[in-house]
Design a protein around this ligand. Structure first.
Ligand SMILES: Cc1ncc(COP(=O)(O)O)c(C=O)c1O
Length: 458
């Protein structure tokens, strides 16, 4: 008879050891290099190799993870990671994630987890309210904005083809009436990926010219009709700029087009009195995608899709089988792309519950003020800021493309803070995205010093 796994008798000690390791990690995050050393990354090889034939004590597994895995992490949960658009993790959502792991709920059906379903319902409603979107939306809590774009665009595909007398979920796209998808020239790659997954085509899109901040030009829109999906953007990943939704949405909706908004981070500006004006007009759209692991700092992974016509979302995502028990209330699996899924709505609920309205607005305002501080300091040091710093994104050029790339490389190697490069409308730049609730003014000043030193020696 095989031996019982060495689990239950040591569980308390094991979880306490994991909590200790996690706490030590977080307590040391400010002193750690932001990026791991090459030696730490090389040591990961010792976690590979053949799967052991037999059991390993869970404490030994945890030891391996902590001794070899921890040093090769990137300190994105600290205050000096400015790459991509990456938030930290609020204490309440981190603690909730631990509890969610203990609960190990399957959030696909309400009967499997009343807690997960109820908190997901509430969290979706809170997000809708915070973003100033219409009542009655259908919603999904997914892994990120890429899947949120996918989910919302699936609802759009359903609605437009249903109007044209075509049942896309049952009959597929072969022979379907054609749809036109309109995107801005500076569309995020995740929209294109979602369009590819949906059979609508990554390159089979009409691109609308953008201005020097990446905003779709309202005066350059093509013909729109009731077979058109128009994708707007609230917060360009490079510049932070917002498409002029107020100028576009009324006309698009009057033409019968479906307006979708990729607002992965920018839509959260709606929570702040100071920045809300940037999101004006986006509430007129038909669907919205956003992320909670970006500006709200809920931790990975957490994206949200909201759709004005809840029935269209349900029609595109619904799953039915005799063994899947349906209750009278909202069943998560009718609105999300997955059936089985972890209860990430609980972490979303917990993070938002801890922040409240004012806490969310404060993160938006503080990180945007940090971005302006970066821009002012780097400009003062003689470097060119390529964008209007409207929210939390800064693009800086240190001179030629070669010099900028060399400065970014130096900065990354040094490990005080982390930024990546980009190419913005033909100009090589370094991107600074201030998205973490952890970033302090001292982090900004220390990082700025490191950036200037890297640029001077590049
Ligand atoms: C505007 C925009 N849309 C979509 C995404 C994709 O988000 P995710 O990585 O959560 O799928 C991003 C990521 O930065 C983004 O900035």
């Amino acid at each position: 008879m095989p031996a019982a796994p060495p689990v239950s008798s040591h569980r308390g000690a094991l979880l306490a050891a994991a909590a200790r390791a996690a706490t030590e990690y977080l307590d040391s995050i400010e002193e750690r290099r932001v990026t791991p050393t090459p030696e730490a990354v090389a040591a990961l090889a010792s976690l590979s190799g053949a799967l052991p034939a037999g059991l390993t004590d869970p404490e030994e597994v945890l030891r391996l993870l902590n001794e070899i895995g921890t040093p090769a992490t990137v300190a994105t949960s600290g205050g000096r990671f400015f790459g991509f658009v990456i938030g930290g993790c609020l204490p309440a959502s981190m603690a909730a994630a631990w509890l969610v792991s203990a609960w190990d709920q399957n959030a696909g059906l309400r009967v499997q987890s009343p807690t997960a379903a109820a908190l997901e319902d509430t969290a979706l409603e809170w997000v809708r309210e915070l973003l100033g979107l219409p009542a009655g939306c259908g919603g999904a809590v997914v892994t990120g904005a890429t899947m949120a774009n996918f989910t919302a665009l699936a609802a759009a595909r359903h609605a437009l083809l249903e109007r044209a007398g075509w049942d896309v979920e049952n009959d597929g796209l072969f022979g379907a009436p054609p749809l036109t998808v309109v995107v801005g020239e500076e569309v995020h790659a995740s929209i294109l990926k979602a369009l590819g997954l949906l059979g609508l085509g990554r390159t089979r899109v009409v691109r609308v010219p953008a201005d020097n901040q990446g905003r779709m030009r309202a005066d350059a829109l093509p013909h729109l009709d009731d077979r058109t999906i128009l994708c707007l953007q609230a917060g360009n990943v490079n510049t932070g700029a917002f498409d002029p939704a107020a100028a576009i949405c009324p006309e698009a909706r009057a033409a019968g087009a479906w307006v979708h908004v990729d607002g992965a981070f920018g839509l959260w500006a709606a929570t702040s009195d100071r920045y809300r004006h940037l999101t004006h007009g986006f509430e007129l759209a038909d669907s919205w995608a956003t992320d909670a692991h970006k500006w709200p700092n809920i931790g990975y992974d957490c994206g949200i899709a909201l759709v004005r016509d809840a029935a269209a979302l349900r029609a595109s995502m619904s799953i039915v089988a005799p063994y899947l028990m349906q209750g009278e209330l909202r069943e998560p699996s009718h609105y999300n792309p997955e059936l089985s899924r972890r209860a990430r709505g609980v972490e979303l609920w917990a993070g938002l519950r801890s922040l409240g309205r004012s806490g969310m607005a404060e993160i938006v305002e503080r990180t945007s003020s940090h971005a302006r501080r970066f821009a002012a300091g780097l400009h003062g040091a003689g470097y060119r800021i390529l964008n209007d710093v409207v929210i939390n994104q800064v693009l800086v050029s240190f001179g030629s493309a070669e010099k900028t790339l060399a400065a970014v490389k130096r900065l990354q190697e040094e490990g005080i803070c982390w930024c990546a490069s980009t190419v913005w409308q033909g100009h090589t730049a370094m991107r600074i995205s201030v998205s973490s609730w952890m970033t302090s003014e001292a982090d900004v000043d220390r990082s700025q010093g490191a950036m200037i030193a890297a640029a001077e020696s590049a």
